[in-house]
Design a protein. Structure first.
Length: 210
């Protein structure tokens, strides 16, 4: 779902977020790159599947005061998705089966980056009383969403893992990996991280109906 912009699932917003101490990771290990009172954001760079290109892999971990079913609805139902995704210009939810669907989303991105869109295929991998797992990956079905001029479409994949902590508390682990764009990291790091923190905080507020 939701390069939940990197989506996300993937939605970019230049809001300030506090920096936390960063250390050099051991091989294949995540490091903390952002943190607030609710969310911890981790990153690592790892080869994108099928390539030798190192790609940014981001993991967001946080708790939400809501039920498991409501949290699933917040990241699955079209109206709720559109409410928490940032800078969205165009959105299309395409159901396929009870456990698979496609989502097309187009985002307006701050200069100097170009606007981005995603066509992602979602699959419900596990759903029980205590855990829900969704996967999403890039779809190449351009007939459903033709490539637009001056819009980047970046291959992306990831997962949502929703774990029931108690009757009204859910742990969310969101992981997303995207091919890097052709901009310096001192520009993209800030945009990607700030956007994700802002988007996830909005998601939490909507799931908790605040």
């Amino acid at each position: 779902m939701p390069k939940l912009r990197i989506i996300l699932c993937a939605c970019f917003l230049l809001t300030e977020q506090p920096l936390v101490a960063q250390s050099e990771p051991e091989k294949d290990e995540y490091v903390i790159v952002r943190q607030d009172e609710k969310i911890t954001l981790y990153e690592r760079w790892t080869p994108f599947p099928g390539t030798s290109t190192n790609a940014r892999q981001v993991k967001g971990v946080y708790h939400v005061v809501t039920s498991l079913n409501n949290m699933f609805a917040t990241i699955h139902q079209e109206a709720k998705i559109k409410a928490w995704q940032k800078s969205i210009v165009e959105f299309k939810f395409i159901p396929k089966t009870d456990t698979t669907w496609l989502i097309y989303s187009l985002y307006e991105i701050p200069w100097p980056l170009t606007n981005q869109d995603y066509l992602l295929s979602y699959r419900l991998l596990e759903k029980n009383d205590n855990r829900i797992i969704l996967s999403f990956e890039h779809s190449s079905d351009v007939a459903l969403a033709p490539i637009k001029d001056d819009v980047d479409r970046t291959p992306t994949f990831g997962t949502w893992v929703l774990d029931k902590v108690s009757t009204e508390k859910i742990k969310v682990t969101y992981t997303v990996t995207s091919m890097p764009v052709s901009y310096p990291r001192f520009i993209t790091d800030r945009i990607v991280r700030n956007n994700l923190m802002s988007t996830m905080n909005t998601l939490i507020a909507i799931a908790e109906n605040k």
